[in-house]
Design a protein around this ligand. Structure first.
Ligand code: T3D
Length: 263
C-alpha cells in the first residue's frame, strides 16, 4: 500500500497505521482523512490483517482537523462544515466501527478535537504516560464532532463528558484512565512493546468471533434488550459455525492451547 500522509505496515498479521504529519501533530487534512478511510477499508479486505494499531508519528497522536487547511478551504468560499463532515470524517468513523477486526489506539501524545474522536472510535485505547486528551472544539467555537457526542458519554458518562466538551479542558492519561476513557497507561519506555504484545494477542485470537463481538456490542448500544438478545443469538450462530469455535472446544477438551486461524 502506498500513501502520502500515513504509513501502512503489515507485520505478523498486525497492521500499523501511523498518521505521518509529525510537524503538525498529525492534524487531519482532506488527504489524510481519505487515506485513513482507504486504509481501514483495505484492512477489512485483507485476510493477512487480524488487528489494526493506529498511532501518530512524532510527539502527537492527532491534533484534529488541520485548521490551516480548513481556513484555506473556507477562504476559497462555498465551504460547508456539514457537507465536509458527512463526506470525510463521518464515513471514516463509521468504517472503523464496522470493521470486523479490533482497532487499538496507541495514543503516543496529544489527541485533540477529531483526533480525540479518532481515539474514541477505536476498540482499545492504550496511552503513553505523557499523552493527553482534549475536546478542543469549543476553544475554536465549534461543537464536538466525528462521533464525540455519541462516543464520549457512552465511555465515561454524561456528567464528565459534557464537562470536557463544554470546557475543552485537557485530560492527562492518568485522568483518562480513572474516567474509564482508556484501557491502560504505559510508561514511555514500555509503550511500544506493550502495544505490540496486546496486538499479538489479538493476532492470535479468533478474529471472526472478535468481529462478531464488536458488532453485537455496537448493535446493543442502540437497541432494546429484546433486540440485543435476538442479535446475540444470530451472531452466536455465526460464531458457532466458525472453525475457531471447533478448535477452541477441541483445545479445551485436549487440555492444550488453541491454535486460532481467525476464521
Ligand atoms: O469539517 C471540518 O473540518 C470540521 C471538523 C472539525 C474537527 C476538529 O478537529 S476541530 C478541532 C481542531 N483542533 C484543534 O483545535 C486543536 C488545535 N491545536 C492545539 O490546540 C494544540 O496544538 C495542542 C493542544 C493540540 C498541542 O499543543 P502544543 O503546545 O503541544 O503544540 P503546538 O505548538 O500548538 O503545535 C505544534 C505544531 O502543530 C504547530 O505548528 P508550527 O507552529 O510549529 O508550524 C501548530 O500550529 C501545529 N498544529 C497543532 N494543531 C494543529 C496544527 N496545525 C494545524 N491544525 C491543527 N489542528
Amino acid at each position: 500500500m502506498s500513501f502520502g500522509t500515513i504509513l501502512y505496515v503489515v507485520e505478523d498479521q498486525i497492521l500499523t497505521i501511523t498518521l505521518n504529519r509529525a510537524d503538525k501533530l498529525n492534524a487531519m487534512t482532506p488527504a489524510l482523512l481519505r487515506e485513513l478511510k482507504d486504509a481501514f477499508e483495505d484492512a477489512g479486505k485483507d485476510p493477512q490483517v487480524r488487528v489494526v494499531i493506529v498511532t501518530g508519528a512524532g510527539r502527537g497522536f492527532c491534533a484534529g482537523a488541520d485548521l490551516a487547511a480548513a481556513s484555506e478551504l473556507m477562504m476559497q468560499g462555498g465551504f460547508s462544515y456539514e457537507a465536509n463532515l458527512n463526506a470525510t470524517y463521518n464515513p471514516l468513523i463509521l468504517t472503523m466501527q464496522s470493521l470486523q477486526k479490533p482497532i487499538i489506539a496507541a495514543v503516543n501524545g496529544v489527541a485533540a478535537g477529531a483526533g480525540m474522536s479518532l481515539a474514541l472510535a477505536c476498540d482499545i485505547r492504550i496511552a503513553v504516560e505523557s499523552a493527553s486528551f482534549l475536546q478542543a472544539f469549543v476553544k475554536i467555537g465549534l461543537i464536538p464532532d466525528s462521533g464525540s457526542t455519541w462516543l464520549l458519554p457512552r465511555l465515561i458518562g454524561m456528567t464528565k463528558a459534557l464537562e470536557l466538551m463544554l470546557t475543552g479542558q485537557k485530560v492527562t492519561a492518568q485522568e483518562a484512565l480513572a474516567l474509564g476513557m482508556i484501557n491502560q497507561v504505559v510508561a514511555d519506555s514500555d509503550f511500544d512493546e506493550t502495544v505490540k504484545s496486546i496486538a499479538r494477542m489479538f493476532a492470535n485470537a479468533p478474529t471472526k468471533t472478535v468481529g462478531l463481538i464488536k458488532q453485537a456490542v455496537n448493535f446493543a448500544s442502540t437497541s432494546t434488550l429484546e433486540d440485543a438478545m435476538k442479535n446475540e443469538a444470530a451472531q452466536q450462530e455465526l460464531a458457532g459455525k466458525s472453525a475457531d469455535h471447533t478448535e477452541g472446544v477441541a483445545a479445551f477438551l485436549e487440555k492444550r492451547p488453541p491454535q486460532f486461524k481467525g476464521v
